[in-house]
Design a protein around this ligand. Sequence first.
Ligand SMILES: NC(=O)c1ccc[n+]([C@@H]2O[C@H](COP(=O)([O-])OP(=O)(O)OC[C@H]3O[C@@H](n4cnc5c(N)ncnc54)[C@H](O)[C@@H]3O)[C@@H](O)[C@H]2O)c1
Ligand SMILES: O=C(O)C(=O)CC1(C(=O)O)C=CC(O)C=C1
Length: 364
Amino acid sequence: MNDFSIGFIGLGLIGGSIAKSIHRIFPDYRIVGFDNNLSTLKEAVSDGTLTEYTDDIHTIAECNYIFLCAPVHYNIEYLRQLKPFLTDSTILTDVGSVKLDIYEAVQELGLARYFVGGHPMVGSERSGYEAATDRLIENAYYFITPADGVLPGKTEEFSTFIGDLGAIPITYSPVEHDRITSYISHVPHVIAASLVNLVAAADSPDNIFKSLAAGGFKDITRIASSNPVVWEHILLANPDNIVHGLQEYVELIDKMIYHIKQRDAAGINAFFASARDYRDSIPNNSSGVIRMHHELFVDIPDEAGALAKVAAFIAEAKISLKNIGVSHNREDEEGVLRLSFYDADSRRNAQDVLKAAGYKIYNR
Ligand SMILES: NC(=O)c1ccc[n+]([C@@H]2O[C@H](COP(=O)([O-])OP(=O)(O)OC[C@H]3O[C@@H](n4cnc5c(N)ncnc54)[C@H](O)[C@@H]3O)[C@@H](O)[C@H]2O)c1
Ligand SMILES: O=C(O)C(=O)CC1(C(=O)O)C=CC(O)C=C1
């Protein structure tokens, strides 16, 4: 065992995924967990991700790198407890979705010399350690927001470490970060949750809306299943940017209402056309604004066992499948089975295997 140590406060989706990546890439590092969910900690020790867990903040504070991975407001609360034990060899970081509030707290507490903030631009609607994977952050952009006054070399050292884990570090100021993420992440989560609440309120007593909801509604509302505590903290930590974005959004909706009321075909068309052009310009096969997804779409017969058969071909070829899903709406889907993989090689190999077995494959 190497005596290099990394401490985690919060071992859910993001903390757990980063800990698992570190364990995969640096198996000799000592990884220590602290979480208010004891069964999570026990599970992470038993699957080998954590070397040990602790309920003593001092043990975490003594680690070389400290990752704060609880909901954003709780991360800030831990700064004060860690402060007395930190040394110049510590790198203190967090993964919170909002960067200015923790940056200001760090400055106020005099912790700037240790602090390199971070935020992986990747995640899931699932939460908790059971949703964590050792590939989650691979190929994802990872914001780095160093404190003004951080000791020389720490930002470079931490960025290199994040690159070693397979993510793509990009350095931004906390102010820029919070403005960008309000548009591309925080406002969209509010909109997704609003849409679900809209439909839930309109649904019939026998829930017919829910039963009939197809790809469109499901695609745009996946993130409405996210952990409410995490999002409560994010909205309260970045209120001005989010309110501003939502107000602009309401203006857009008002504009569409006006077009519809006026029966303005050209206005409606232009609204959709500009959205389609921007959305289609997001590169699918690069680490662009939207993370690279290694996906295949496969047409399968609508019969029992068809999905299991495809999964068996993949398993026989020893290819790891990240996710598998079926769409029953054949009207606007060419391939109905969506397979996602952890990397481009796995996707390519699966494509070869399934093609050889006579399946029709689509790439999107
Ligand atoms: N969910 C995402 O997609 C996503 C993406 C990037 C960054 N983040 C950020 O990552 C952080 C964690 O989010 P997550 O999605 O992993 O949440 P999660 O709910 O999956 O995990 C949070 C973990 O923190 C623990 N925890 C909660 N309060 C605690 C406390 N007071 N002390 C110690 N442990 C505590 C929980 O038991 C849980 O294990 C948040 O700051 C969030 O903004 C989330
Ligand atoms: O993919 C998802 O489910 C996410 O919500 C990930 C997502 C986002 O893109 O909004 C959520 C929160 C973050 O801080 C970063 C990424």
